[in-house]
Design a protein around this ligand. Sequence first.
Ligand SMILES: NC(=O)c1ccc[n+]([C@@H]2O[C@H](COP(=O)([O-])OP(=O)(O)OC[C@H]3O[C@@H](n4cnc5c(N)ncnc54)[C@H](O)[C@@H]3O)[C@@H](O)[C@H]2O)c1
Ligand SMILES: O=c1ccn([C@@H]2O[C@H](COP(=O)(O)OP(=O)(O)O[C@H]3O[C@H](CO)[C@H](O)[C@H](O)[C@H]3O)[C@@H](O)[C@H]2O)c(=O)[nH]1
Length: 351
Amino acid sequence: MKKIMVTGGTGYIGSHTLVDLIENGYDVISVDNNSRSNPAMLRGVEKITGKPVKNYKVDLCNFDDTFAIFQENPDISGIIHFAAYKAVGESVEKPLMYFENNLVSLINLLKCVQEFNVPWFVFSSSCTVYGNPDHSMVTEETPPKPAASPYGYTKQMGEQILGEFQKASNVQTILLRYFNPVGAHPSALIGELPIGKPQNLVPAITQTAIGKLPKMMVFGDDYPTRDGSCVRDYIHVCDIAHAHTLAIQYLEECRNNSGCEVFNLGTGNGVTVLEAIHAFEKVSGVKLNYEIGPRRPGDIVAIYANNDKAKSRLGWDPARSLDEMMDTAWRWELKLKNDEQMFTSAKSELN
Ligand SMILES: NC(=O)c1ccc[n+]([C@@H]2O[C@H](COP(=O)([O-])OP(=O)(O)OC[C@H]3O[C@@H](n4cnc5c(N)ncnc54)[C@H](O)[C@@H]3O)[C@@H](O)[C@H]2O)c1
Ligand SMILES: O=c1ccn([C@@H]2O[C@H](COP(=O)(O)OP(=O)(O)O[C@H]3O[C@H](CO)[C@H](O)[C@H](O)[C@H]3O)[C@@H](O)[C@H]2O)c(=O)[nH]1
């Protein structure tokens, strides 16, 4: 059984990927310092899979502690590197914190990859690398534009570091550019746990619907789109998670032609903010208290993926609908309300 190290395993996408890897026969370990997540999330992973999962509570910016995990696990076949800070606004306020955390952690990991001859590396990138594109549908060949934030630069630089490292080391590398991951596992045992007031659309919708937030704002309805609100490519987190298993299988079967390959992970459908809200209202039966507000500075007008490459090369089939995304996000929010106790007590473990 191949062993995969998942960094950021107690986070949103990492936890769903642990489930998918285990269900597909991989042995996993997680490395997460819980700086942005709740350790209780792993209990959800264990309940779904029936398997215990070990998390190393280590800051990947600490080289010695990171190295020690590899010494203890010299049989790691691949790394899926999710661990990073991801809040765009915070990165504008604290750029050095973002560059340090997101880049030092990556470099430390790559030094260990080199030392321990780990053959496969999968990196969490983002459609943020395309900036505000000239055409809404982007392929992997669409040239990256200057990033809109320090967070975006950490993803662009991460891709560059991996591209150069791959040429020098021959580590088989995949860069996955996620569009907008949303929703939760259908069991409602794991999902997204935003820290503080949610900045992203779907948590803002579900928290408003449940009454944690009094109302939500639609940031602009005067864009040149079909209803005036921005267009994004929302993609179910379980479909994103499965793409990681497929990426590992792709590397395992040596189907990686160039050594460092990029894949867009989106559904290929552009959805407006108002369409997303209406889909939520339909599946939940809850009328959302929202207001049209001003545009959010820095927002991209419209972007969605051309996902042909991931479909044809990885055999990926992102089949879950917008309704399923909204339904699972809503059921997770309802579950969180009931299980608040579990997450509050687990929060005391944070830091
Ligand atoms: N969620 C999105 O919308 C989205 C979109 C595009 C790309 N991404 C990227 O996908 C990855 C995962 O995103 P997510 O939504 O699961 O985020 P998340 O915040 O839920 O998970 C990231 C995890 O990394 C951990 N972490 C951060 N720095 C660390 C460090 N130095 N050492 C050890 N652990 C550390 C955090 O505690 C957290 O659990 C990130 O790299 C993010 O930038 C996310
Ligand atoms: O309360 C809210 C929150 C969001 N929106 C709108 O909903 C859309 C989606 O916004 P998100 O913040 O959920 O997603 P973004 O696409 O703007 O940003 C996300 O995708 C980016 C890639 O483009 C980066 O990866 C970033 O980290 C990640 O948050 C945008 O039009 C935004 O203006 C609202 O109207 N109200």
